[in-house]
Design a protein around this ligand. Structure first.
Ligand code: AMP
Length: 399
């Protein structure tokens, strides 16, 4: 029996789960929030939760958070010593062209993650802070890095390349990398298991629809296309991201007001003020938009734009794979919104998929077959378990 810690570090947060492996039993989970070097003993906003234990405390760095966490585990006899943690698996957003699988965090690996900060400055920097924190608190812990982009590294050049000057690829690595790979991989594997089939024999389209959203084509267990690109901005419209647009919109808006609409500001708007929020003017949250769908035409439009674009990707991946066995919905919206699943499936019914409305309306957050028994293409709701996937990858490397 081994214990594996899974860690997801943001710039001011640290989320963790401790698993027993190989049973995959969750031992404890928690999170640290509002970590900031500006927190003082007198004035701080940071707090943490470990299992049921909640505490407000000044936490100035990820290292302090890790010390609190490991001490808590020791004091509460969840571990008898640090040696009981056989591996710490860190989620890394951007692995670029370097990583097609999880790796032990050696100095060489960390240097590459550092180099990739140029592609995901906020994320990769925060992940490095997390790894350094664990290394600082106990140098014997084995840190493993699991990349959101790794699953997409099997895409072929005609899929991951943009039709841009080739130099940009050669000199600056401009290409599609995708995101949410750990989630797409998990739900694809789970789907094969639920269908009782070998994943090598399946053509799947996995729809990870949360505040961030992406779709992947998974053939024979390998990703052959995904909707996100160099960054998570590409693809379908999301909570606040625009997804694909004509890049000439940028120059056009800049010509209207060059002072206001700088490239930086335009990219901020595309990332943070577009998608559901931009179109509806109401919210980035699907629950708020769905609540007004009958009364507010812009809320309806925000949803319909997204449904249409999701259907476009599904159709394209169907053609690319020469068919599809199952369409899978996952993540916050995919798992909870029966409306999104129903409306998307309606738009791709020509492919031979029929939504079982009665079942679909009832289920949320659980594994369920949501297509009718006579549906040629199956549709599933499969809750994602990114942390468990990271625990598995970490366990495989340390066992
Ligand atoms: P995620 O990024 O995967 O955490 O997903 C966040 C999104 O899931 C938000 O837009 C939420 O509104 C949405 N979500 C969570 N619960 C529900 C629900 N019960 N119905 C509809 N959307 C939900």
């Amino acid at each position: 029996m081994k214990k594996i810690m899974v860690v997801n570090c943001g710039s001011s947060s640290l989320k963790f789960r401790l698993f027993e492996m190989p049973s995959e039993k969750l031992i404890i989970k928690g999170l640290f929030e509002s970590i900031s070097k500006n927190n003082t003993e007198e004035n701080f906003s940071s707090q943490y939760k470990i299992g049921d234990f909640f505490c407000k405390a000044p936490i100035r760095s990820h290292t302090e958070a890790v010390k609190i966490l490991l001490n808590y585990l020791l004091e509460n006899k969840i571990i008898a010593s640090y040696d009981e943690i056989d591996g710490v698996g860190h989620r890394i957003v951007q692995g670029g062209k370097y990583f097609d699988k999880a790796e032990v965090a050696t100095p060489d690996v960390l240097k590459k993650i550092e180099d990739l900060c140029i592609l995901a400055p906020l994320h990769n920097r925060a992940h490095l802070d997390g790894i350094h924190a664990f290394q600082e608190v106990n140098k014997n812990l084995v840190n493993v890095v699991v990349f959101d982009t790794a699953f997409h590294q099997t895409m072929a050049p005609d899929t991951y390349m943009y039709a841009l000057p080739y130099d940009w690829y050669e000199k600056y690595d401009v290409r599609k990398y995708g995101a949410h790979g750990t989630s797409h991989k998990y739900v694809a594997q789970k789907c094969a298991e639920v269908m009782g089939k070998d994943i090598k024999d399946l053509k799947l389209i996995t729809c990870h629809i949360g505040n961030g959203a992406s779709i992947s084509a998974v053939m024979g267990g390998k990703c052959i296309d995904t909707s996100m690109g160099l960054t998570p901005l590409e693809g379908i419209p999301m909570g606040t991201r625009s997804g694909n647009i004509d890049p000439a919109v940028l120059e056009y808006m800049n010509s209207i007001d060059p002072e206001k609409y700088t490239v930086k500001e335009l990219l901020r708007i595309l990332n943070h003020e577009s998608g559901y929020l931009g179109v509806s003017k109401v919210s980035h949250d699907s629950r708020a938009i769905e609540a007004e769908v009958e009364t507010n035409p812009l809320c309806r439009l925000a949803l319909e734009i997204q449904y249409k674009r999701i259907a476009d990707f599904i159709g394209s991946y169907y053609v690319h794979m020469g068919g599809v066995d199952a369409i899978v919905f996952t993540a916050g919206i995919g798992e909870n919104s029966s409306r999104l699943r129903r409306e998307v499936l309606k738009r791709v019914s020509v492919l031979g998929v029929k939504c079982n409305d009665e079942v679909n309306d009832k289920v949320r957050g659980e594994v369920a077959l949501i297509s009718t028994p006579d549906s040629k293409v199956k549709a599933y709701l499969i809750p994602t378990e990114e942390e468990l996937m990271i625990a598995r990858d970490t366990y495989d490397l340390v066992k």
